[in-house]
Design a protein around this ligand. Structure first.
Ligand code: IVH
Length: 688
């Protein structure tokens, strides 16, 4: 096959791109593209080279790894530090399995499955039991001397002592991953943000905050001043041996783990030995589903043949061992273009900036919008339309813009300015109330707020009107069929049929759903009104105590505030809501439509958790996730998603989230198990 000029040019461009990104990642700790995008470039190059082997050159990045960039003293690895080949899905993992069978025949295979820690590879050398050198991987042949920094990591043994009294080898190189835990990263990030807020108020430019634990770890490892590294709380997992002189011959990888453990090295407790590729697939699926229950980031699973004789038989390719493979998880972070920053208006008028993005696939779904939280966050992150930004969507969490890639910022770009007026065209100037981080549109007739109020009224936590989603609300509002939540009850078949996509059946279904909502319990109706600060738990207490909407309307603020857990702020907010003329008109519409005002469903649960916030993490025996939270809220308590100093207790089930646990421990919040949870539900008190 002849190779076209264009293809040759493409290969050159690909190689140049890969070399550049390698340098940014390994040399400068400032990657411009995500790992997934880097892998994709390398993959493309390898694909072309596989088809046209005549294009392969010794210096092609497909044949070498890492970058030769050094600012620390160079260290030549006595045993090269190779990289790993990747499998992006089960099919590629199976293909690896078939290659093993080809190389080993039908002999039995055992695999060690390990987590792929998202950190930096490190080789630590011990001579006669003393740590003499620590080096990064570099290009696999030559790394950087980071000994002084590694000496500051508490979990790395400085002197080898065998717990079982084994002889200490004359040379031992231990390879593993240096990483920053999520808790340590959060601490660093908060500290940097505080520093930046001060810089901004001093009129200085904010400094870049590391985007993720990996970048933060890399930056900490390459500090010229080890005293700074010492403050960064780095950790280490050992997973492989390099040069060894003067130790018994090992037969398996699992044996080397026992050996390393005996010498005091931290071995990741999640590693498992399995006997088939099917079990490997199960391990990968389980780990991917639970990846956020750890206090460190992982980006896949590394599968290694356990039998060292089999490894010997298979050997290495130019890049990586044939006996191991990295199974990558779906990426959660990617770079994309920030097309624009817009502001959305919530039902209370809160203005939330959000990023309109060039669509990217993250955690298996396409993301084209991501929240920017509030005015301060945009200012702190300094993201600008036209920027290349890092976008992250971890599991089910809402997508977030982590920050800009400054190296790729277009020239002449200017900081984005928060608009001064609402998009509602009612000339409403945004206001930021004292002590609030939110910016609001305070124009009560703002059509954006009105639509959001209707959407909220129909939502599951309120009147639960099936079929009345965002799209339908916008359509109804466009035609001026609804001006407030009261108008929903005067909608007719004739009106609905005028909406795009509505036919006889869908119109009848929606009308039935609206009609059914008239008998919802009073607490749901109260939630649906969208009274500021009135949440579901307080609404339930109100409904139970007053029994009807008319009694609540007639009540004085002082009477309302007497209810446990309500307080003055909510009480005032309620009386203010019912005083408003437009709200009185809504109540009138409800009344004439026959909406039930006194349908109180009394929960049988004792109200013993009022004023207490109980956080749940992991699967609590005998409860679904919602079930555990419901058990708390039905007793008058709150069940927020994160631990704070105000948390009453943390309930820990199976596979708990490590960050919640760490935070609870550091704040000395009581931690209870499922048995303790039952005691708490029954008595409202902590178990003894
Ligand atoms: S074994 C010859 N095990 O992944 C085997 N690597 O893509 C060399 N990594 O450079 C590596 N967790 O930085 C191995 N449990 C693990 C790992 C792991 C993370 C990293 C390591 C390596 C890269 C390869």
């Amino acid at each position: 096959m002849t190779v076209s000029k264009d293809l040759k040019k493409n290969v050159l461009i690909l190689r140049a791109q890969i070399a550049h990104h390698n340098e940014m990642y390994h040399g400068q700790d400032s990657p411009e593209i995500s790992d997934a995008e880097f892998d994709e470039l390398l993959r493309k190059l390898k694909e072309i080279e596989a088809k046209y082997p005549e294009l392969i050159e010794e210096l092609s990045p497909s044949q070498t790894i890492g970058s030769g960039f050094t600012t620390f003293d160079p260290v030549t690895h006595r045993v090269p530090m190779t990289s790993l080949d990747n499998a992006m899905d089960t099919k590629e993992l199976q293909a690896w399995g078939e290659r093993l069978i080809k190389g080993l025949g039908n002999s039995a295979m055992r695999f060690v499955c390990e987590l792929k820690i998202d950190g930096l590879a490190l080789s630590i050398r011990y001579e006669n039991g003393a740590l003499v050198q620590a080096a990064t991987r570099g290009d696999g042949k030559v790394g950087e001397d980071v000994t002084a920094n590694i000496l500051t990591i508490g979990v790395v043994p400085k002197k080898l002592v065998s717990k079982s009294g084994k002889k200490i080898p004359s040379v031992l190189e231990v390879r593993g991953e240096v990483y920053m835990s999520i808790a340590a990263f959060e601490k660093l990030r908060v500290a940097k943000q505080v520093e930046n807020e001060k810089r901004i108020s001093d009129g200085k430019k904010p400094e870049t905050v590391p985007a993720n634990p990996r970048n933060a770890g890399a930056g900490s490892l390459r500090q010229k001043n080890p005293a700074i590294t010492a403050t960064r709380d780095l950790s280490f997992w050992a997973y492989q041996l390099g040069e060894v002189v003067g130790a018994a011959n090992f037969l398996s990888h699992s044996e080397t783990f026992d050996y390393l453990r005996d010498l005091g090295f931290p071995i990741n407790p999640e590693a498992r030995t399995v006997n088939s590729l099917t079990q490997v697939v199960e391990y990968v699926a389980k780990r991917e589903a639970n990846r956020h229950n750890l206090d460190y980031e992982i980006d896949g699973v590394v599968v290694k043949l356990d039998d060292l004789a089999q490894r010997e038989q298979l050997g290495f390719t130019a890049r990586a061992p044939r006996w191991a493979i990295a199974v990558k998880f779906a990426p959660e972070e990617r770079n994309t273009i920030l097309k624009n920053i817009s502001v959305s208006i919530g039902r209370t008028g809160r203005a939330t900036p959000f990023a309109e993005l060039e669509p990217v696939v993250l955690s298996g779904s396409t993301v084209s919008m991501a929240t920017l939280h509030n005015r301060e966050q945009v200012q702190l992150k300094d993201v600008r339309p036209g920027d290349t930004v890092v976008v992250r969507k971890a599991g089910d969490v809402i997508p977030e813009v982590v920050g800009p890639v400054l190296a790729l910022r277009p020239k002449n770009s200017k900081p984005w300015k928060f608009p001064t007026t609402c998009v509602c065209d009612l000339n409403s100037t945004f206001v930021q109330l004292e002590g609030e981080s939110d910016t609001r549109c305070v124009e009560p007739d703002c059509p954006f707020q009105r639509d959001q109020r209707i959407i909220h009224f129909a939502s599951r936590g309120a009147m639960d009107i099936e079929g009345l989603g965002e799209k339908t609300v916008f359509a109804l509002s466009d035609k001026n069929f609804v001006g407030d939540i009261g108008d929903l009850y005067s909608l007719t078949n004739e009106k609905l049929l005028q909406l795009d996509g509505f036919a006889e059946l869908s119109a009848t279904n929606l009308l039935t759903a609206i009609n059914n909502s008239k008998t919802r319990p009073l607490n749901k109706l109260l939630v649906g009104l969208g009274i500021k600060n009135l949440g579901p738990a307080a609404a339930e207490s109100l409904a139970r105590r007053f029994g009807s909407l008319d009694a609540i309307i007639a009540a004085k603020s002082e009477q309302l505030s007497e209810i446990d857990g309500l307080g003055d702020v909510i009480a005032n907010s309620i009386t203010k809501w019912f005083k408003d003329k437009s709200h009185q008109a809504i109540i009138k519409k409800f009344r004439s439509a026959g909406v039930e005002f006194g349908n109180v469903i009394v929960s049988t649960a004792p109200q013993n958790l009022v004023g207490k916030a109980v956080v749940v993490t992991g699967a609590v025996e005998g409860f679904s996730r919602e079930g555990a939270q419901e058990a708390i809220t039905s007793r008058g308590g709150k069940s927020p998603g994160s631990v704070s100093a105000k948390t009453f207790a943390l309930v820990v089930g199976d596979e708990p989230g490590a960050s919640k646990l760490t935070k609870a421990e550091s704040l000395k919040i009581p931690i209870i198990d499922s048995a303790g949870f039952l005691v708490l539900l029954e008595t409202g008190e902590l178990p003894n």
